[in-house]
Design a binder for this molecule. Structure first.
Ligand code: SF4
Length: 421
């Protein structure tokens, strides 16, 4: 009935995007959480996420939770984070995989090394994934992380100097050419390097994206992730640049270009955004492979059972809670059983996990009827148009989570305002 191979912003895509936006507005309303953080009573696989909320300067488009770096505050923070790990261990949790995100996890390289070593003492950690930037190649950072990090995720975003300037990363990390050199030099030092790229910049031309694709492939990186530029409706930059420049038509065309131009002989598509040389590797969207995860640190999220936990965004409150031997979750959102199934379905489709799943109805039937999903030889597969629709839905979900971050930041205590945010 439909042409599902030509990716476009058709009625189905508009409808799915709207539904996801409405669902996020309806569900993502955090409530105060005063109770004790739940004890662990099982052996379920869970990932440990640690948040380091400091950056030396801010990139214009970024909506993550972070403060401008201050040495003393960051040192205290690393000490508190270690204590929070002890507290979660005492509650019975154990982890085989850990993901460190930010902010900039490498602001204090020796502290980061100490944090990883301590996590390995406390838990049965086998795999450490850490976010970083092109300057990871500088000596104190490299020395402290080689042999400690199994997967380094490096944010490059684009090799195009004009777009680097637009998002505030040219002065910070250098030109596209110099970043390409830096990231190539990182490759031999880590078992897995992922490179994060962004597409659909305002007015981006197909040739510009093709140039980015060819440069990122030239690094030989084990993983490459292409995110659509997300214009958070809650950031000043997002509002300013959204006007007249956010084009879903262009996003659909560029998405198709990525699918057809990634070197499929070397890379398997792991999610709608991530390509990997080895399908077993951990990826940036760790929620795909981990139904549950625990978030520690200021501004981290965790998901257990049917509940999303949100940690305090205030450094002052975070410190107070940890000194009182409490996990730093201060808000939560409880979802009904059906809502959890809906969320898992979108995440599973995002990660191509379509078979042997009990997906909710009538949602899954709707996806089949609209030919986003097709049955081929007894196996469900996403059509290319279905892939684009799921990518749009996940972007809407991220925008919803950004709105939660913005609301949490508005409640920051006065004392936190001295660390510019
Ligand atoms: S993109 Fe990364 S480096 Fe830039 S402000 Fe956000 S967290 Fe900091």
């Amino acid at each position: 009935m439909f042409d599902n191979n030509t990716i476009r912003m058709d009625l189905r895509a508009r409808f799915a995007s709207k539904i996801m936006k409405s669902a996020c507005s309806y569900y993502l309303k955090p409530k105060k959480f005063n109770a004790d953080f739940p004890e662990c009573t099982d052996n379920k696989k869970r990932l440990l996420y640690l948040h380091i909320p400091f950056c030396f300067s801010f990139c214009a488009y970024c909506t993550f939770h972070k403060f401008i770096f201050d040495q003393k505050t960051a040192e205290t923070y690393f000490r508190l984070l270690k204590k929070e790990m002890q507290l979660i261990r005492k509650k019975g949790y154990n982890f085989a995989a850990m993901y460190i995100g930010g902010g900039t996890p490498t602001v204090l390289p020796a502290e980061l090394a100490g944090l990883i070593d301590y996590a390995k003492e406390l838990f049965d950690i086998k795999e450490v994934s850490c976010e970083s930037d092109p300057d990871h190649v500088s000596s104190p950072i490299l020395e402290n992380t080689v042999d400690r990090i199994d997967r380094l995720s490096v944010g490059i975003q684009t090799f195009n100097d004009n777009y680097l300037k637009l998002i505030g990363r040219y002065d910070k990390f250098g030109s596209g050419e110099s970043q390409l050199e830096k990231v190539k030099n990182l490759m031999p030092h880590f078992p897995i390097v992922n490179i994060d790229m962004i597409y659909n910049y305002p007015d981006q031309k197909k040739e510009e994206l093709l140039n980015d694709i060819s440069k990122v492939l030239s690094t030989g990186s084990q993983q490459i992730t292409f995110y659509p530029l997300m214009f958070s409706s809650n950031s000043d930059w997002g509002i300013k640049n959204r006007e007249g420049s956010k084009s879903y038509k262009r996003e659909s065309e560029l998405f198709q270009l990525i699918l057809t131009n990634m070197d499929t002989k070397k890379y398997e598509q792991r999610t709608q955004w991530a390509f990997s040389k080895d399908t077993g590797d951990i990826i940036d969207e760790y929620v795909v492979d981990n139904d549950e995860y625990i978030g520690l640190g200021s501004g981290a999220f965790g998901f257990i059972g049917d509940t999303l936990y949100i940690n305090s965004f205030s450094l002052k409150e975070y410190g107070k809670l940890i000194e009182e031997n409490k996990i730093s979750a201060v808000k939560n959102i409880r979802f009904g059983k059906h809502a959890v199934k809906q969320y898992r379905m979108v995440v599973d489709l995002f990660g191509f996990n379509l078979n042997n799943k009990a997906f909710p109805e009538p949602e899954f039937s709707l996806l089949k009827l609209s030919e986003c999903v097709q049955n081929k030889n007894g196996y469900y597969k996403l059509t290319p148009q279905g892939q684009f629709i799921i990518s749009l839905m996940i972007s809407e979900f991220y925008d919803g989570m950004n709105r939660v971050r913005t609301a949490m930041r508005k409640e920051l205590l006065n004392e936190d305002s001295k660390f510019k945010r």
